[in-house]
Design a protein around this ligand. Structure first.
Ligand code: MV4
Length: 448
């Protein structure tokens, strides 16, 4: 096992990884920007290295400085967390080239899954159901119009190098195609330095359902159930829950088995998440995330597993000693992402936190890097805390969530707590009757 891990991240996820390391007897190295000199992830770590000025490009995305910090402190491995360099295959290769372990899947797998056309092909070969779409990239407008005919409108054009919603364009008819194709291609080129695009049939009212997997280097694969992440705004998830209120136990079992079989065929190892769109009782592969995810704690809450601990073990080359039949799912867990944002306009609201009091009690978890008197710098993501509650039933979890949100005190900045309080009292939400477009409608109606 590793003796020392460098955590190439900040905020709550840096704390999350630090905690898993310390429970395993592993020393931690924090890296931080100038703006984060007083951040909690720096205080908790055994050692800390400043890697650059406030801007993320010059600090948390500064590959050379992070590698230097790891070499200087004698770290055996680097954990990238989520965001920043977590799905950067070049960085993963750099870590390995310097004889350290990358805590994540093999760089080649990150690269393949980062190419959405290649990922679709891999998923298809592994037996996952795809959204009907183009075989490979679309090269020109003529090609695009032909695929539009084949698939039937509406269709969606996506960037091969995209993901997470960047560079997508819905096309409703052949008339719109020339314009949409050209814009999508240009947008892809300027955003990703890669103008590859492909096309899928557009699903108009799907849910976003994703499956967490764990896989070792010896072909052992298990799934930890699904998460419903349909509640999102501008491709930023706001609230996630497990199990999905849309699935019955039979569908859940089938989905899990399908994903495990596919992951074995693909030969993927480490933690990962397979994302699906779900509409009219059908699942369609969307993409695969080759990292630890923000919302992993809801899965931990219903399985009692420590996903980061397992990830570290897997990366150290240990076998997955948990079998699928050892996994028991109990109850329901829900996560609210609490952002430093205006709850009505979503404008980021960095600043100095005054009073800070987190809720507690049975089945309540708060993951946060914040504390009373700390700064929320303007340079990074606005997430200030994740509130995760669980309950024996969905209703029980919702009652607990309402209670916990009411206990939270964050002064000095605006947060999205009031938005969560409204959402969880909505009748549709309480019924679990929401898809990926539900929140936009809710916000529109709320604005009056
Ligand atoms: C889609 C889709 C409808 N039909 N693909 C958004 C993120 C990116 N990973 C893929 N996305 C979508 N792909 C087809 N064929 C709708 C979305 C989508 C979406 C998906 C998941 C969660 C929220 C979303 C919000 C808008 C659009």
């Amino acid at each position: 096992m590793f003796e020392k891990v460098l955590i190439a991240n900040r905020g709550e996820v840096a704390l999350r990884i630090h905690r898993a390391c310390h429970e395993m007897g592993i020393k931690t190295v924090a890296v931080h920007s100038v703006a984060d000199a007083n951040a909690m992830h720096v205080k908790l770590a055994d050692e800390a290295v400043c890697i650059g000025p406030a801007g993320a490009k010059e600090s948390y995305l500064n590959k050379a400085n992070i590698i230097s910090a790891a070499l200087m402190t004698g770290a055996d491995a680097i954990h990238p967390g989520y965001g920043f360099l977590s799905e950067n295959a070049d960085f993963a290769e750099m870590v390995e080239a310097h004889n350290m372990v990358w805590i994540g899947p093999r760089p080649e797998m990150i690269r393949k899954m980062g190419d959405k056309v290649a990922a679709r092909q891999l998923a298809k070969e592994a037996g996952l159901p795809l959204i009907p779409g183009s075989d490979g990239e679309i090269k020109n407008v003529l090609d695009a119009i032909q695929w539009g005919e084949v698939l039937g409108y509406p269709v969606i054009i996506k960037a091969s190098a995209g993901g997470g919603g960047k560079g997508m364009r819905v096309v409703n008819s052949a008339d719109e195609m020339e314009m949409a194709f050209t814009l999508a291609q240009n947008e892809a080129r300027s955003s990703f330095e890669n103008d590859g695009v492909y096309m899928e049939k557009y699903l108009s009212h799907p849910r976003h359902i994703e499956v967490q997997i764990l896989a070792d280097n010896f072909g052992h694969v298990i799934h930890l159930g699904e998460r419903d992440c349909s509640l999102q705004r501008n491709h930023q998830k706001i609230l996630e829950e497990t199990p999905s209120p849309a699935l019955n136990p039979e569908q859940r079992k089938k989905l899990g088995e399908m994903v495990v079989a596919a992951i074995k065929k693909i030969g993927y190892s480490n933690v990962g998440t397979v994302e699906f769109l779900y509409e009219n009782g059908q699942f369609y592969f969307m993409e695969m995330n080759t990292r630890l995810q923000v919302e992993h704690p809801i899965t931990e809450a219903v399985t009692s597993l420590d996903i980061v601990r397992e990830q570290i073990r897997l990366s150290a080359g240990q076998t997955l000693d948990i079998k699928q039949e050892d996994i028991q799912f109990h109850g329901v867990a829900i996560e609210c992402r609490i952002n430093a944002e205006d709850p009505n306009t979503f404008v980021p609201c960095p600043g100095k936190i005054g009073q800070w009091h987190v809720p507690g009690g049975l089945a309540v978890r708060v993951d946060s890097g914040m504390y009373a008197g700390c700064d929320v710098p303007p340079n990074y993501d606005s997430l200030v805390a994740k509130l995760i509650v669980s309950g024996r039933t969905r209703n029980g979890a919702l009652m607990r969530l309402k209670r916990a949100l009411g206990e939270f005190v964050i002064e000095g900045i605006s947060t999205t707590i009031p938005l969560h309080q409204e959402i969880i009292q909505n009748a549709d939400f309480i019924d679990g009757a929401y898809d990926i477009h539900w929140l936009a409608d809710f916000l529109k109606n709320r604005a009056g």
